[in-house]
Design a binder for this molecule. Structure first.
Ligand SMILES: [Zn+2]
Ligand SMILES: [Zn+2]
Length: 356
């Protein structure tokens, strides 16, 4: 339970009651990502105390009859759970954009709802988690190791940000800025979508991640501190630029301006890396005009992308275990988050999860 910024403690709670429309999940693993670090540090506005954990994988421990019929799952089935819990009635939900629903008040979803809201057990840093009537579950085959199956989250982001949103097609060149968890997932997704060429950029300190990107399917990795990335991209694309640029680097706003240089005329740019609300220096809007560039923002993941991710995980076609670096028990959640955040000396995480 998170009781204050940088404060996690273990607590025992009674299991919640389940009605006809809800369920109880026995958590097998909970993925952790950059937003867990922000939540831990108190940057994300949530009401505490609460149980964090928004990337849950587990098995159905109890389920109401109606929920079982609606969701198509039963006790014992393994499921991945989407973080966001929609309201189902607002304009965004009705328009099919449930990932931006705020109809239940602010950021409402697994890992974000306070303990004070019954039944309290909303997050997956726990042995059990409550499933709301509007929680969305995806079946996952039981024979995939839990710490790999739980990658449905970063991989789902890869499919939505690098494939679904920019409408990536076979023959496209996809350039991914940033080789972190989401960047690597974007490499895998772009490759799976049949992109002709996948290029990834990073810094000198990202050398190991850039190498991993090529093992996961990137044709070329560019160290932007050692090479002239604009020249390299021109060279690799026959002077055209990339059809799709996916910006998933953290904090630095400069790559957003650079994306306009890298993209081909008529190309698509997806912005998904958050920059702490900093402005972008040297953003030349005329490039957007004269090259007729489409720029789209991406924050959440939606049903179709999660399904693509889960099918790819189940196929065993990609050596995802190379992306997975750490398993932590619940008792070490604090260390897990700090490891992911890069503040534990000597430890470097790409994908980590908690295993209750
Ligand atoms: Zn996450
Ligand atoms: Zn809604």
């Amino acid at each position: 339970m998170q009781t204050a910024p940088r404060q996690l403690e273990l607590r025992e709670l009674p299991l919640p009651e389940i009605d006809d429309d809800s369920a109880l999940l026995q958590v097998e693993a909970c993925g952790i990502c950059g937003s867990d670090v922000e939540q831990y540090e108190g940057v994300i506005p949530v009401r505490m105390p609460l149980i964090p954990g928004h990337e849950p994988l587990g098995t159905i421990a109890r389920i109401g009859d109606r929920a079982g019929k609606r969701w198509g799952v039963n006790v014992g089935d393994r499921v991945a759970v989407e973080a966001l819990i929609r309201c189902g009635h607002c304009r965004d939900c009705l328009a099919g954009n449930y990932q931006v629903c705020r109809g239940r008040g602010g950021l409402f979803g697994h890992g974000y709802v306070p303990l004070s809201r019954a039944p309290g057990m909303w997050g997956a840093y726990a042995d059990y988690m409550y499933l709301d009537p509007l929680s969305i579950v995806h079946r996952v085959r039981a024979d995939v190791p839990a710490n790999i199956a739980v990658m449905f989250n970063p991989l789902g982001a890869g499919f939505r940000w690098a494939v679904d949103i920019p409408d990536t097609k076979p023959g496209d060149t996809v350039l991914i800025l940033g080789p972190g968890q989401r960047g690597l997932a974007s490499v895998i997704a772009a490759r799976a979508a049949g992109a002709d060429r996948v290029i990834v950029t990073g810094l000198t300190r990202d050398a190991a991640k850039l190498k991993l990107a090529t093992e996961l399917g990137a044709d070329c990795a560019i160290d932007i501190e050692r090479e002239d990335a604009r020249d390299r991209v021109q060279e690799l694309t026959g002077g055209r630029g990339a059809d799709v640029v996916v910006e998933v680097s953290a904090n630095a706003p400069e790559p957003v301006a650079e994306a306009l240089r890298y993209v081909a005329p008529g190309g698509r740019i997806v912005l998904a890396g958050v920059k702490g609300f900093k402005a972008v220096p040297d953003f030349i809007s005329d490039l957007v005009v004269v090259k007729e560039i489409t720029i789209k923002g991406a924050f959440g993941v939606t049903w179709h992308a999660y399904e693509s991710a889960i099918r790819l995980i189940e196929s065993g076609r990609v050596p995802l275990e190379r992306m997975h670096t750490h398993d932590f028990p619940l008792e070490r959640a604090d260390e897990a988050i700090r490891t992911l955040g890069g503040t534990v000396p000597g430890a470097s995480s790409i994908h980590s999860c908690l295993v209750p």
